[in-house]
Design a protein around this ligand. Structure first.
Ligand code: GDP
Length: 296
């Protein structure tokens, strides 16, 4: 489970803070050194850790805190507030187009979890009363089309595909026509990934984007790749433009640094997190709930 170690470490630091009736500036600084180490060990981006510690320390040594009642408790409250702010403050919801269908373009590196997340999201949208269509645009791996069909079948969502001989741009164009005929109000386009970002991949994604004019480009990144996920998010955003992030496999990531860093580094919100293999394991991301999870 994500943040296991960070959570344990912070709880240890906070236990000591709570135990003190009076706090000095040195107490706060000593505690913040521990928090800093814990965040770095959780693989949070170095610059973010530095800024975070400075902000919390400045606020905590403020007159009201150290001289107020329960100073330890107040320092913890400040850490909580700053963690929430780090992750974007409020929940960032999916947006819908005024003129259906709403098109979501799912992008990301191979193995990040695009196909499975597309299926889970489509399944959830269906439960909410929408009529989604999944579109198979990964023509380079025949297995990818098959995988999307399996996912679609599991959740009872139709899958539009044209095999591997037609270009992804053509497939997505035809998919939109099909969606209009069949009255699908949401279209999720599962694009091809690569092992690394390269020009060919980006050009293809830019071409699809120009064709389907998606409501949102949703970037799927794997939390277990840590700071690489943050770097990948930065590259996709600068080259393609990203509206929201789906961060998968947080259930398998004991550190959690990517989830804490990506918003501040890219300025793009996490909209969903993947916490496992089941449909409901793709959860909307709430910064305040995540902070509570971390602080235990
Ligand atoms: P794609 O290449 O980006 O389409 O990636 P896939 O959707 O095929 O996912 C790659 C692997 O990651 C699959 O085995 C998925 O079951 C797994 N996966 C995706 N999301 C999660 C998650 O949130 N938690 C866990 N534990 N596994 C996940």
């Amino acid at each position: 489970m994500a943040f296991e170690n960070l959570s344990a470490k912070l709880q240890e630091v906070f236990k000591q803070l709570r135990g003190k009736g009076v706090l000095t500036e040195d107490d706060v600084k000593a505690a913040m050194r521990e928090v800093k180490i814990a965040l770095l060990e959780a693989d949070v981006n170095f610059k973010i850790v530095k800024d975070f510690i400075k902000t919390v320390t400045d606020r905590a040594v403020g007159v009201e805190v150290l001289q107020g009642l329960n100073p330890g408790q107040q320092v913890i409250k400040i850490v909580n507030e700053e963690l929430i702010s780090l992750m974007g403050s409020t929940q960032s919801r999916l947006t819908y187009s005024n003129r259906p269908p709403t098109v979501y373009m799912m992008v990301g590196l191979q193995g990040a979890g695009k196909t499975t997340s597309s299926g889970k999201l489509a399944g959830q949208l269906r439960k909410q009363g929408r009529n989604p269509l999944l579109v198979a645009c990964d023509i380079y791996r025949p297995a990818a089309i098959k995988q999307l069909q399996v996912v679609g079948k599991n959740y009872g969502i139709p899958v539009f595909e044209m095999g591997t001989e037609v270009s992804p741009v053509e497939i997505s164009k035809k998919a939109l026509e099909y969606a209009a005929e069949q009255h699908h109000d949401v279209v999720l386009i599962d694009t091809a990934g690569r092992l690394h970002i390269n020009e060919e991949l980006m050009q293809e994604l830019l071409d699809i984007k120009a064709t389907v004019r998606p409501q949102e480009v949703l970037l799927v990144v794997d939390a277990m790749t840590g700071q690489d996920a943050v770097t990948v998010a930065g590259s996709f955003d600068s080259q393609l433009g990203v509206d929201g992030i789906i961060m998968t496999k947080l259930d398998g990531d004991a550190r959690g640094g990517a989830a804490l860093s990506v918003r501040s580094v890219t300025n793009k919100p996490i909209k969903y997190i993947g916490m496992g293999e089941k449909m409901e394991d793709l959860e909307p991301f709430y910064p305040d709930r995540m902070a509570s999870r971390i602080l235990g």
